[in-house]
Design a protein around this ligand. Structure first.
Ligand code: GLY
Length: 374
């Protein structure tokens, strides 16, 4: 059981391989890329404890030597300090331009190591081995790399495509349920933004996916990656269609900022709530029927996911403050907020034309419901 998605970007094209047992076969899969039988791996302490020795053995079986460094797990690692540490270490390892750097971890490691690879010697190749569902279906594919700075998340970065992505679906079994479901927020986003049949499939197969059905997991990751690959091939640097991948993200980024990027709300949880709010706003603007946001919510709830503002523990600021936080978003263009709205499930589009009143109404209603429930 193995799937392959090709990301078609001319000379920067690459494959995403999806399936179980890929880490154990990493040597055979990576060796065609190597000028010499050696790779350097950057991981985080949690992932390294679980998977680094499997990767080492997988590489060794093809005669490939591996050096590894580990960084603390967590969002704080996407920093200037970790970037300096990583680049220093890669240079100390005498990584040359044609060598391969491996990012073994979730979105934090993928983004940080991808960015280090982008700037090291003006660009070295790197392989992503994503170990979270979120990284497998989103952040490891498409070449967005970067770090967070005092002024905001991902504000320093580069587009730098990997040379190969190995999405080993066995590693999903090591995720805590909350992390798996947060990643699922990005999976369901693909159905919502562009494929109603995929949403229907998820509605039917989501519970099996959650409980560990490998075939269902491979199908969901492959479909998600294929949709992302198609969008990235059309619009690598987000001049247009790629913004569709940000469905739910304008709301999500405001909620993440309002909760201090803390454990109160994981990114994928914010995406799920953001998707529900984006459909609510679409219905309020008369773009789709009220039935659509209800279907989105029902599905998310059935999966046991955070769906509404009332699912976020603790207080939230008022709607004006939330809208103010949205205005800090990278997607603001000429001072106007850009939203991804939908004419129905699977029919998203990008717009800067969202009346502030309608946005305020949707947020106020959600905050009122949160107050009622607490
Ligand atoms: N995560 C959205 C994108 O890669 O464009």
């Amino acid at each position: 059981m193995q799937e392959k998605v090709h990301v078609s970007l001319g000379e920067r094209s690459y494959d995403v391989i999806i399936g179980p047992g890929l880490m154990a076969r990493a040597g055979e899969l990576i060796s065609p890329l190597l000028p010499r039988p050696r790779v350097v791996v950057v991981s985080d302490e949690t992932v390294a404890a679980l998977h680094l020795e499997t990767l080492r053995a997988g590489l060794a079986s093809s005669g490939i030597a591996m050096e590894a460094m580990t960084l603390p797990a967590g969002e704080a690692t996407k920093s200037w300090e970790s970037l300096t540490r990583t680049c220093d270490w890669l240079l100390d390892q005498k990584v040359e331009r044609r060598d391969i750097v491996v990012a073994l971890g979730g979105g934090v490691i993928g983004d940080l190591v991808g960015f280090a690879a982008a700037v090291l010697r003006r660009g070295v190749r790197f392989v992503q081995i994503p170990t979270s569902l979120l990284a497998q279906v989103d952040s490891s594919v498409g070449g967005k790399t970067g770090i967070n700075v005092r002024q905001g998340k991902n504000l320093i970065g580069a587009f730098h495509q990997p040379a190969l992505v190995l999405a080993d679906t066995d590693v999903l079994a090591t995720l805590a349920e909350r992390d798996f479901l947060a990643g699922y927020g990005e999976v369901v986003k693909y159905g919502l933004l562009g494929d109603a049949a995929f949403f229907d499939w998820l509605d039917e197969n989501g519970p099996a996916l959650k409980s560990g059905d490998m075939a269902a997991r491979i199908t969901a990751v492959t479909k998600s990656v294929q949709m992302k690959a198609d969008i990235v091939a059309r619009d690598e640097t987000e001049q247009g269609d790629r913004a569709l991948l940000n469905l739910g993200h304008t709301f999500c980024h405001a909620l993440e900022a309002a909760t201090g990027y803390s454990n109160r709300l994981l990114h994928g949880e914010g995406v799920a709530i953001g998707c529900a709010l984006a459909f609510e706003l679409s219905a309020r603007l008369g773009l789709c029927s009220q039935e659509e946001p209800s279907r989105v919510r029902e599905h998310l709830k059935r999966m046991g996911m955070k769906t509404d503002l009332s699912d976020i523990p603790g207080d939230l600021p008022d709607s004006d403050a939330l809208i103010e936080l949205m205005a800090q978003d990278k997607k603001v263009l000429d001072g106007k907020l850009r939203f991804i709205l939908a004419r129905g499930i699977g029919q998203a589009f990008v717009t800067s034309d969202v009346p502030r009143d309608a946005l305020g109404d949707v947020l106020q209603a959600a905050l009122k419901e949160k107050a009622r429930q607490s």
